[in-house]
Structure formats: C-alpha cells, structure tokens
Design a protein around this ligand. Structure first.
Ligand SMILES: [Cu+2]
Length: 170
C-alpha cells in the first residue's frame, strides 16, 4: 500500500520512468527503491549501473552446494545455492550485506559490480529469496554461473560469483 502511494508520487515526478515501468511493475518498484535508498548523491534515478551498491562483506562468497566443476548431472536439476557472510533476501529496498541469487546459463562468468542483471532466458532471477531451484538444461555441456546481486538486481561483481561447467546426461 505504502509502496503504491510512493510509486504514484514517483510517476508524477518522472513521467518517462513511469512509461517504462508500466511494462513490468516489479521494475517500477525497483527504481523507486533506488531513489529511496540512495539518498547520498545520485540524481540519476533511471541509471542501470549506478554506484551505491553495498559493499561486499570481507570474505563473502557464493557457491553451488550440490554441483562441482565438470560434474555430470541430469535434467531437470535441482540446484542448491549458498552464500557465506551475506544474507539472502527478496528483491526490494537495497540492504547492506544482503541480496538474491541469479543463475546465468551459458553466459558471463560474472557481471561487473553495479551492472543490473538482465532478465532473459540466460539470466534467471531468484528474487523471492530462493536458495534452491529447478533448472532445465539440454543434454551436453553447459556453463552455470551463480551471481549475487542487491535488492534492485545490481551485481555484486566477480567477488560474489562462481562458475561451474556441467555435462548434462541424455
Ligand atoms: Cu535479480
């Protein structure tokens, strides 16, 4: 409710952004949260690669719990995602020390710090705070990357990414 009200306020301020977010209400909420949480200096509300991504906790890392590099797996595969020294949260306001998982399939080894993770068939978001997910892969070799990003999908960079190669059974 509160969000909606603020969202309307944002729309009346930024008509262009409202048009964009009409396509996908989640993103509209996201740009709102950028504004709310980034009170320091950024005037560019629509930027998709802004500074202001929370710091990565010293020693934090992400890892696949149940698949090692060069493993042979079957599809569908229930992948388990882990993170040390950061907490897993849903999408929403940016909170230091927290974020959500993404799996990239046959894509980048990581996305540069601050880059918003795209939403497409090669970049899957687990914005409900999932730590387990079923993924479907065609038989053969694939590359899976686990990437952690903040509440508005801004990548925490290579420090919070890991990649494994897998071989999917027929
Ligand atoms: Cu995301």
């Amino acid at each position: 409710m509160k969000r909606k009200l603020i969202f309307v306020a944002v729309c009346s301020l930024v008509l262009a952004s409202c048009n964009n977010s009409g396509k996908e209400s989640a993103n509209g909420t996201d740009s709102l949260n950028t504004m709310k949480s980034d009170t320091s200096h950024s005037m560019n509300m629509n930027s998709s690669s802004v500074s202001g991504v929370p710091a990565v906790t010293e020693g934090a890392r992400v890892f696949f719990k149940n698949v090692k590099n060069n493993a042979t797996i079957s599809s569908p595969f229930k992948v388990e995602m882990g993170v040390d020294k950061m907490s897993v949260d849903t999408i929403g306001p940016v909170v230091a020390g927290s974020g959500h998982f993404h799996i990239f399939i046959d894509a980048e080894d990581s996305l540069a710090l601050g880059t918003v993770v795209p939403t497409d068939s090669a970049h899957i978001h687990y914005g409900k705070g999932q730590t387990e997910a079923e993924i479907k892969l065609t038989p053969g070799k694939h590359k899976l990357t686990l990437q952690f990003a903040d509440g508005i999908h801004r990548s925490y960079g290579s420090k919070l990414a890991t990649t494994v190669n897998v071989n999917v059974k027929k």
